[in-house]
Structures are given as C-alpha cells and as structure tokens.
Design a protein around this ligand. Structure first.
Ligand code: KIV
Length: 284
C-alpha cells in the first residue's frame, strides 16, 4: 500500500511540478487496478452515462446513478483520491450543490467536480463553506455543450473567458480545474496564472495533470478522439474471449475435466442407493 493522496496533495503536486494522473472509473474491480497502478485521482465522471449505462449524453445521468457508481468505486480505492462529478441539474443553486455534494461525500467522494466558471462561483463558495473540496471544469463542458464542436477557446475572446473563469474558480476556493479541449497555448496561460492545478483533457502538454476516460484509453471504441492515446485494444481482447467461449460451449470443449467437482465413491454409491429406494417407494 502506498501513501493516501490527500485533498491538499493536489496543490502541493503543482508546486513540486509532479504531474497529477487522473482517470475516470465506474466500478470496483477497475478502481482496485487503478489504485494499484498508482493513479493519483480516481474519478467517477458523469461520462458513466455514455460509457457504462448506454445513455446518449451526460444530461440523462442522475444523482442516483452517481451515488451507485461512487459507492462501487469507493469499495476499490485505498490510496487514490476519489473525485466525483455532480451531475447535470444537481447544482442549479448553491443549496442544491451542497445538498447533493454532501450525498456524494457520504458515498465516498473526497472531492466533487462541477462544470462552469463564473456562473457557478456561488455554488463553489457554498460547497467549500460546507467543507467539500471542489474541482471546476471549463473549456468544452459536455453537460451543457453536447453536440457543439468540442474545441473551445481558439478565438481570442473565448480564450479570455476561459482565463477569467479559471481565476473565478480559484478565487471561489476551488482546489483544481479541469480544462477540456482548449488550445495548448491557452492552457499554458491558465496554468501559469493559477496557483491551483490544471488537469487537462485535450488541452495539450502543459497542464499540471492529465485526465483520460478509462474506456477511451483501454480502446473500447474504434474511432478515438484526437486527444486520446489508446494504451490497449480491449475491444478485440473482449470480443475474442466472448467468441472463443461461445465456440467452446457449442463444441463441448468447455467445461473440461479440470473444471468439474468430484464426489467420493462411497458418497456416490450411497446417493445411488437412496435414489433407488426413493424410486421403489414411489412405485409401491
Ligand atoms: O465525466 C468525464 O469523463 C469528464 C472528463 C471529460 C474529464 O468530466
């Protein structure tokens, strides 16, 4: 077991220039593997909707979905920091943010993430006031921009808004900010202007940390986003295993001898005798 990552560790890691490694996670066995692999922040993203639940977008994800998956992931995490998304519609007011943030904390979240910049300033202040660590998320924000072109901040006026939003989140007390799909040069300016860490996804090489969606990096999908590196081809591995299993069952190759349970001859003889006497009794 390594050292438990604390909420304060994120800012320390930025100061020490230690890259922060974040990965989405939706279930307990994957959480155990991520934890053992030394992932710093295991993150129950609302991308659980598309990646696990078969939803078309993050707007369908409910608090009950997030609580269910947070509890599962929490059972698998020992050392990593557990960050959880507040889903769409769960933080429209500061009161709602705190009420739902506390439910996520109760399920195991150590930090909650929410989307938006200046418009969620009051929610961040309220969450921090309630003792809940908060990470912001700006740039491309899937909960409200789904269907729009993913790149954001490549126009000067948008880039200024990204910086202003990041600074507003920091001032409100956020302890980090996710930057999604913005030009590397904008991410660089934001990263140098903030004392809290930036976590990039499609934001280039300069952020204080990186986050990837576990399904993307494992290669579940044939056409990954431009900003994804696939570290495995789980799609082919899983499909190959399913095809082989079906073929073995159909051809009688599975189960094989070594998969059987045996019984002592004495017990087998007694079993047969009892069956015979039962059969005789019912014939009498
Ligand atoms: O839910 C999610 O997967 C996210 C990432 C895009 C950072 O918020």
């Amino acid at each position: 077991m390594g050292m438990r990552i604390q909420v304060e560790s994120l800012i320390k890691m930025k100061q020490l220039k230690l890259p922060i490694v974040v990965m989405t996670c939706y279930d307990c066995p994957t959480a155990k593997l991520q934890d053992a692999a030394g992932i710093d922040v295991v993150f129950v993203g609302d991308s659980v909707g598309q990646n696990v639940l078969g939803y078309v977008g993050p707007q369908q994800v409910t608090m009950s979905d997030m609580l269910h998956h947070t509890r599962a992931v929490n059972r698998g995490v020992q050392d990593a920091l557990l960050m959880v998304d507040l889903p769409y519609g769960s933080y429209q007011t500061p009161e709602m943010a705190v009420e739902n943030g506390l439910l996520l904390v109760d399920a195991g979240a150590e930090v909650v993430k929410l989307e938006g910049g200046r418009e969620v300033r009051d929610q961040v202040i309220a969450l921090v006031g309630a003792g809940i660590g908060v990470v912001g998320h700006i740039g491309y924000t899937p909960q409200t921009r789904i269907g729009e072109r993913p790149l954001y901040g490549d126009r000067a006026d948008e880039a200024v808004l990204v910086l202003e939003d990041a600074l507003a989140l920091e001032t409100a007390g956020a302890l980090g900010v996710v930057l999604e799909c913005i030009p590397e040069r904008v991410a660089e300016v934001v990263t140098t202007h903030l004392s809290i860490p930036t976590i990039g996804i499609g934001a280039g090489r300069v952020c204080d940390g990186q986050v990837l969606v576990v399904n993307d990096l494992l290669g579940f999908y044939e056409a990954p986003f431009r900003f994804v590196r696939q570290y495995a081809n789980i799609r082919d591995i899983m499909k190959g295993a399913f095809v082989a299993y079906a073929a073995d069952v159909r051809s009688g190759q599975f189960p094989a001898e070594e998969h059987r349970f045996l019984m002592k001859n004495k017990e087998l003889r007694a079993f047969r005798e009892q069956i015979e006497s039962l059969a005789q009794g019912s014939n009498d």
